[in-house]
Design a binder for this molecule. Structure first.
Ligand code: PLP
Length: 396
């Protein structure tokens, strides 16, 4: 049903640029009041004009809500897909996708450094329902091909860049690998955002977002999204979205929609600031290695340059002196806030081994103990560099 709404207002924007679509797709000024921003439709139900006489298809807000519709249309327009779906979290989106596309006995190929929550969903929850998974490095299409179980593998799951090691997967190549085996390619586009990377145009079947991160962009909302171009796939996902019910509420939808309007500006600044930070870290004696796909020596640089507009705001680095030094740096910054998550306007620093990736210690997904991850925000770049200078200097 949400399909009627998803297509509502976008025709005159065909061919429009990303920033124009971010601001105008999905919502036209309200015909009764002229409000240029969609209201937060805090309503669960809708008056009917006679039994079954729905106004614009709205019946009950789990099925569809006008604020969520505006967000879903915008998500679709920004990813270059025909259908967007908004969820209560990134993981709610992923769970709905699994149930829509997989059955007991099926198999999924996962990145060997998948987002921890995604790994847990497959490893601790989906396995109980008979869904198998195996890991593969996203930067090696042959290894992904080898991990596929013919006839059983329904999904090849890709994150690029990955978290926290920022490996790059070739979306076009992996779409071909998946499709050769009769599987679908799912791309978690959270780290790059719709502005920097457009997986559907490169052959992906489904795009996943944690809109909690760059899409929302202000660390004030938890949300998720799925975007597809295929009508049949959209039908199945829409059915499961409504049947399972993990939908985004109207206020959360409004916050993500507000965030998306400035996505392009923010991603440009995140990328500018990250480049400054990378340059600074690369020249610092306390730093052993800087990991950023924008660096020519990064093994995925060439693929990233082909499929990304810029290289984004996530930077990881390894320090000299091991875990102790890494923890000391995380504790010493003041402008970079010590915290999990990413993609907000404020800069964050964290120690993946002890924080975001603590749950994968001792598994294939374990990350180096001397690794520090930055989500570079949009503050004044000189202040970020001074903060890092102070923190690195205090510990070396
Ligand atoms: C945060 C995140 C998720 C999960 O999203 P939630 O909104 O926290 O449920 C999935 N994938 C990636 C890459 C993430 O960073």
């Amino acid at each position: 049903m949400s399909d009627n709404h998803t297509q509502a207002h976008t025709d005159h924007l065909d061919g429009a640029g990303f920033e124009t679509r971010a601001i105008h797709a999905g919502y036209a000024p309200d015909p009764t009041t002229g409000a240029v921003i969609p209201p937060i439709y805090a309503t669960s139900t809708y008056a009917q004009d006679g039994v079954g006489g729905l106004r614009n298809g709205y019946e009950y807000s789990r099925s569809a809500n006008p604020t969520r519709t505006a967000l879903e249309s915008t998500l679709a327009a920004l990813e270059g897909g025909a259908h967007g779906f908004a969820f209560a979290s990134g993981l709610a989106a992923e769970d709905t996708l699994l149930r829509a596309l997989c059955r007991p006995g099926d198999h999924v190929v996962l990145p060997n450094d998948a987002y921890g929550g995604t790994f847990r969903l497959f490893d601790k929850v989906a396995t109980n329902w008979g869904l198998a998974h195996s890991p593969a490095p996203v930067n090696d299409p042959d290894a992904v091909r080898a991990a596929i179980r013919p006839g059983e593998t329904k999904l090849v799951w890709l994150e690029t860049p990955t978290n926290p090691l920022l490996s790059i997967g070739d979306i076009e190549a992996l779409a071909a690998v998946a499709h050769d085996a009769g599987a679908r390619l799912v791309v978690d586009n959270t780290f790059a955002s719709s502005y920097l990377q457009q997986p559907l145009a490169l052959g992906a079947d489904v795009v996943v977002h944690s809109t909690t991160k760059y899409a929302g962009g202000h660390s004030d909302v938890v949300g998720g999204a799925l975007v597809v171009d295929d009508d049949e796939l959209a039908e199945t996902i829409g059915f499961h979205q409504n049947s399972i019910g993990g939908v985004a509420g109207p206020f959360d939808s409004w916050l993500v929609l507000r965030g998306l309007k400035t996505l392009a500006l923010r991603m440009e600044r995140h990328s500018d600031n990250a480049e400054r930070v990378v340059e600074f870290l690369a020249g610092h004696p306390a730093v052993a290695q800087v990991i950023y796909p924008g660096l020519a020596e990064h093994p995925g640089h060439e693929v990233a340059s082909r499929q990304m507009r810029r290289y984004g705001g996530m930077v990881s680095f390894r320090v000299r002196g091991g875990e102790e030094q890494a923890l000391a740096i995380c504790a010493a910054t003041k402008v970079f806030t010590l915290g999990e998550s990413l993609g907000g306007v404020e800069s964050l620093i964290e120690h993946p081994g002890r924080m975001t990736h603590a749950s994968v210690a001792g598994t294939d997904l374990e990350v180096p103990a001397d690794l520090v991850r930055l989500s570079v925000g949009i503050e004044t770049p000189e202040d970020l560099l001074a903060d890092l200078e102070r923190a690195l200097g205090a510990t070396s």
